[in-house]
Design a protein around this ligand. Sequence first.
Ligand SMILES: [Zn+2]
Length: 271
Amino acid sequence: MPELPEVETVRRVLDKDIVGLTITDIKIKYDNIIDYDIQEFKKNIIGKRIVSTERLGKFLIFNLNEGNLISHLRMEGKYFYLPRDTFDNKHVHVIYYFDNGYSLIYQDVRKFGRMTYRSNSELFTTKPLNEVGIDPILNKKIDIEKIYDKIISRSVAIKTTLLDQSIIAGLGNIYVDEVLFLSNIDPTRPSNSIKLDEVDRIVNSSISILSRAIEFKGTTIRSYTSSLGVEGQFQKFLNVHTKKECPHCKNALIRVKINGRTTYYCKNCQR
Ligand SMILES: [Zn+2]
């Protein structure tokens, strides 16, 4: 599943390809991907020029000369930028055609990805972006106490709380395991047992891990490779996720399910 670094990698690659292009037409093969009235969606987007791209948490935003296209890749969504009519299959659900003869193809094997449209004034004030928490890469001044208050208001495992995008945005299953390892925190601990200095460690670990993962163009494990032929290399630097032995104390790592998500941690180093 693409997490913040993978989405940022997709954005950076797409940015070079599509900024400046005008969308001349859209083919929607599977309506449910579009979380908006289909006719209105087309009307709002066709004829518009892509002026820049942004990312918030795991959301991609294509800023148009009027309005914005928002895209969430969810489990398996991928983009391909190719000359028009050169690529299609049953997993291709949406195609944007440009004025230069190229197209942006959205492929999604699981069909969980979503796209929507928001005007400039409603972009960050309505769903889904108004529900996105602190983005550790974008936010320069992070209010640790505010995050602490949100974390300790919950009793579920700290891992589950960190997967909730409304507190810290962009952390998914892989990076939460890595962040909690770097913070020396047991992922099964109830959120309301977490101390203020531990929240500080969580935030700082998130910044350092996500920045480094972006530098290495994300992580390529199991089925997910980012679109456009970019293979992330951060899997080489994972400490615990998918690993067997703790890199610090050499004890065997624990592998458990927390709220259905496979979790790796060291019982000795993480308390
Ligand atoms: Zn250890």
